[in-house]
Design a protein around this ligand. Structure first.
Ligand code: LLP
Length: 458
């Protein structure tokens, strides 16, 4: 009888025992690393698999995570804003597979250069599905955008005149919005704070400059006014800046309707939704933002007498947390001041720590014991090439793996071949498979555009 009971108990427990000991899938291992369980043997085995198959440094993206972020944003905004269009800001991660995934999720494309336009087209976007924002567009970029019917987000009166002249040349009407500088400070890192009055971006609301731009454009038959745009910055963690901006933009909406009879197709409030980069960091959720924005929007459309489509264009929010940069330890060095863990990636691979003093969590793979205060140093020949400073991590040895979290946005897209290091590979994880979505750069590629020079011919 008691043996019977024991076997019954074991039978019932089996699924749980299995869950504890089962080999995690690659997706589960990535999520475990986020949850600070990178020391577990099963998790470590998954990272070893990735590193052995694809080498390091390696960018790994989790497909389910990206999908989850899209769903979260949509769930927060769609019920409150029936006229809604979400675009993806390609600059955060320009890998065609990543863009394709977001396109399949129904997102439009926000781009900043002809290169990004061409990337969007390659992924399958049609010209009119693309919004082109840049404060400094070249004549070739303007020409291409008008040919394609892309919405040009115009940033100055000089640009408006150039767009008009090109549209006339092409015998076409150019679709435009104006990028507005609302003069709002969303309290983020200075280099990515774009809506303040001293920033280089947009036509100022201040002094009626933006209003005047619309008035001027209205008189141009070559121009079709499609909407209004603003983007106050990136990595914004509180709702306040958005609310202030929305109020100001809704004021413009009303003025344009009342005084010029202009009815905008869309009002784009930009991207910028922040993500937590530190354990325990609390940032505004899409739900909080949508909830706070809804009454401001309602009031604004009531005052204007019509409802434009609300456009949003985040980048980081969709892809940031999906990305893991796997690096390998080259050497350890103890100096009289501190201990350096020298790894095989640097600011050529992930620029954010050196450029913005940005914090990225680092997890040691497969180890939990013997904590030591270290700096994770990159392999670029510059003192500033520190990927993470003053971290307490299990003692590392040459050959160990580390993973840097939240590297999916502005990671690979800001990487370079500085110090003649080929670009890293990128893989996309789906369940337990990892698909190469950009192969590792090679040494011949370092000379690809210099082959015709006299030195190369020698
Ligand atoms: N729209 C416009 C017009 C933008 O300039 C940007 C980003 C975005 C949308 C997307 O912003 P997001 O949702 O990703 O915050 N390299 C910096 C971030 C620069 C952002 C530039 N503009 C970083 O690594 O933090």
């Amino acid at each position: 009888m008691s043996i019977c009971r024991l076997s019954l108990a074991l039978l019932l427990l089996t699924p749980f025992l299995h869950a504890q000991t089962a080999k995690p899938t690659l997706h589960e291992a990535l999520m475990a690393a986020r949850a600070d369980r990178a020391g577990e043997p099963g998790v470590a085995a998954a990272f070893q698999r990735l590193a052995v198959a694809h080498g390091t440094p390696l960018y790994v993206y989790d497909q389910a995570y990206i999908r989850g972020q899209v769903a979260a944003l949509r769930a927060a905004f769609a019920p409150r804003f029936p006229k809604l269009r979400i675009l993806y800001a390609l600059k955060a991660n320009t890998n065609p597979e990543v863009i394709g995934l977001l396109k399949a999720e129904g997102l439009g494309a926000e781009v900043v250069s002809q290169g990004e336009i061409e990337t969007a087209l390659r992924v399958g976007y049609a010209g009119p599905e693309i919004m082109f924002t840049s404060s400094s567009k070249g004549p070739g970029e303007i020409r291409r955008a008008i040919e394609l019917g892309t919405v040009l987000n115009v940033d100055s009166m000089d640009e408006l005149n150039q767009v008009r002249a090109e549209a006339r040349r092409q015998k076409k009407q150019a679709s435009i919005s104006f990028r507005i500088n609302p003069g709002v400070d969303p309290h983020t890192i200075h280099q990515i704070n774009t809506g303040i009055a001293e920033s280089k971006f947009g036509l100022h609301l201040q002094g009626g400059i933006a209003f005047k731009a619309y008035e001027t454009a209205l008189a141009m038959p070559e121009i079709r006014i499609a909407g209004a745009h603003c983007h106050i910055g990136s990595q914004i963690t509180e709702t306040e800046g958005y609310l202030l901006t929305a109020r100001k933009m809704m004021g413009l909406l009303k003025d344009l309707k009342e005084r010029l009879g202009i009815q905008l197709g869309f009002l784009d409030l930009g991207g910028g939704l922040g993500i937590p980069y530190q354990d325990g960091q609390v940032v505004m959720s899409p739900e909080e933002l949508a909830k706070a924005l809804a009454p401001v929007w309602k009031e604004g459309i009531a005052a204007a007498g019509y409802e434009p489509t609300l456009w949003l264009e985040p980048g980081r929010f969709f892809v940031g947390g999906s990305g893991f940069l796997v690096v390998r330890v080259n050497t350890i060095k103890e100096t009289p001041v501190k201990t350096f863990v020298n790894v095989d990636a640097g600011f050529n691979t992930l620029m954010r720590p050196a450029m913005y003093q940005a914090y990225h969590r680092v997890r040691m793979i497969g180890k939990t014991q013997d904590p030591l205060l270290v700096d994770i140093a990159g392999d670029v020949c510059e003192t500033g090439d520190i990927l993470a400073a003053g971290r307490l991590l299990p003692r590392a040895h040459a050959g160990d793996l580390l993973v840097i979290l939240d590297a999916g946005a502005y990671g690979f897209s800001m990487s370079s071949e500085y110090n003649a290091r080929p670009l890293p590979a990128e893989v996309m994880v789906e369940g337990d498979t990892a698909r190469v979505i950009r192969r590792r750069g090679s040494f011949p590629e370092l000379f690809r555009s210099a082959e015709a020079t006299p030195a190369a011919r020698k």
